[in-house]
Design a binder for this molecule. Structure first.
Ligand SMILES: Nc1ncnc2c1ncn2[C@@H]1O[C@H](COP(=O)(O)OP(=O)(O)OP(=O)(O)O)[C@@H](O)[C@H]1O
Ligand SMILES: CC(=O)N[C@H]1[C@@H]2OC[C@@H](O2)[C@@H](O)[C@@H]1O[C@H](C)C(=O)O
Length: 364
């Protein structure tokens, strides 16, 4: 049995931008953050990304991609000193909570054997079975971070990965599942459409520091059409699959390349600005995590659109490259300690529940 005090957990995230695996150690009892530990990144090779990309949107015949995910995780995780528990998110390849469910590939039971450590995994399925979106799940960790930072007024965490998601937090509440503590949802597409366009039109994986967007002009017609999409008028909680806004590809096709990248960047920023209307109050600060915080054009657009300070999480001493990996370390400990990992305000699940299962190595 795992002890109920603080334990050393190692969390992983293989996100929708398909760039690689983040892994980070966190010492926590599943409520309080005690210590941040070492972290590491293991990029996918172009060949590996292609195999995963080919699995996107599929619900079966994803064994090759699952093997890539398991191998990459086994490699990165074996570089760390032993820990008490691993939180393995896996790789989302399909997400349709109202229909077929949600699929994160990679088998946690195999990793438990290979690494000889208990593994918490399959974090999203139970939430979907109980009527939730299965995402976003980082909000309970964002709540712990707000407490760790000593916030006294509402704050927001904004993750800009392949998809964007925000969490509004009232730090005066004592637990994340308490009524009014959290509002969370996916804001819209973030880096994924920018990356896809950069790859096909510029042969680059992403728009480094937003330099291409900076040179272009935003097309107001496309931006207006994008912002009138029904997704933005749905009340939260709500979540997206990586390619739910594939229609953007057609809309930007007639634009000059710099203008297309500028417009996609504005779509990401303005979806967040519009999303703010769903929050109970203006936060005292927006702490930005995920790779999008390194895009200066995107950060400038957010600052111009949001009437509050917009800061990379590094400004308050956190690591924006590893925050999601830490989140799955945190959630793993919550699963082990029988604490909830989502609630009606974060995913729309019927009641606060603890998702995730724990696989133990044979003999433990
Ligand atoms: N220097 C940079 N300039 C601009 N964009 C960057 C930079 N560095 C990273 N990014 C963007 O951030 C992306 C990676 O972000 P991140 O690692 O947060 O995504 P993820 O975890 O895969 O996604 P998700 O949170 O949706 O699961 C890159 O693919 C790129 O688009
Ligand atoms: C289904 C799925 O994997 N969703 C991811 C994705 O990437 C960002 C956004 O969409 C968020 O909803 C979620 O990831 C973060 C870690 C979350 O669950 O909080």
């Amino acid at each position: 049995m795992l002890k109920l005090g603080p334990i050393r957990a190692l969390g992983t995230m293989s996100g929708t931008s398909l760039d690689g695996v983040d892994a980070a150690v966190l010492v926590t009892d599943g409520e309080k953050i005690y210590e941040f530990g070492p972290s590491d990144f293991r990029p996918y090779t172009p060949g590996e990304s292609d195999v995963i990309r080919a699995a996107l949107g599929k619900w079966d015949e994803v064994d090759d991609a699952a093997e890539v995910v398991e191998t990459a995780h086994a490699q990165i995780l074996s570089r760390f000193d032993p820990c008490d528990l691993i939180g393995f998110h896996g790789q989302t390849v399909a997400h349709d909570p109202a229909g077929r469910g949600t699929l994160q590939i990679g088998d946690g039971a195999i990793l438990a054997e290979v690494l000889n450590t208990p593994v918490a995994w399959d974090f999203r399925s139970a939430d979907v079975r109980l009527g939730g979106q299965g995402a976003p799940l980082a909000p309970f960790y964002h709540f712990a971070l707000a407490k760790y930072l000593g916030a006294t007024a509402p704050v927001m965490f904004l993750n800009l990965g392949g998809v964007g998601n925000l969490t509004w937090i009232d730090p005066a509440k004592s637990a994340p599942e308490e009524d009014g503590a959290l509002v969370a949802f996916d804001t819209g597409p973030a880096n994924a459409p920018i990356n896809d366009y950069m790859l096909t039109h510029f042969g680059q994986a992403y728009d480094d520091n937003g330099a291409v967007a900076r040179k272009g002009n935003v097309d107001d017609d496309v931006l207006g059409k994008f912002l009138s999409h029904s997704y933005f008028y749905k009340m939260p909680p709500k979540s997206l699959d990586r390619d739910d806004f594939a229609v953007l590809t057609d809309w930007i096709a007639p634009l000059a390349p710099n203008d297309a990248v500028a417009t996609l960047t504005a779509c990401c920023a303005m979806a967040v600005v519009q999303g703010m209307d769903h929050c109970p109050s203006k936060p005292s600060a927006v702490y930005v995590t995920g790779g999008g915080r390194k895009n200066a054009t995107l950060m400038d657009m957010l600052t111009a659109g949001l009437d509050c300070p917009v800061l990379p999480v590094e400004d308050v001493g956190l690591d924006g490259d590893m925050l999601e990996a830490q989140a799955f370390a945190y959630l793993a400990v919550r699963v082990a300690h029988g604490l909830p990992t989502s609630c009606p305000a974060t995913t729309g699940v019927r009641a606060a529940i603890g998702g995730g299962t724990i696989s133990r190595p044979t003999g433990n």
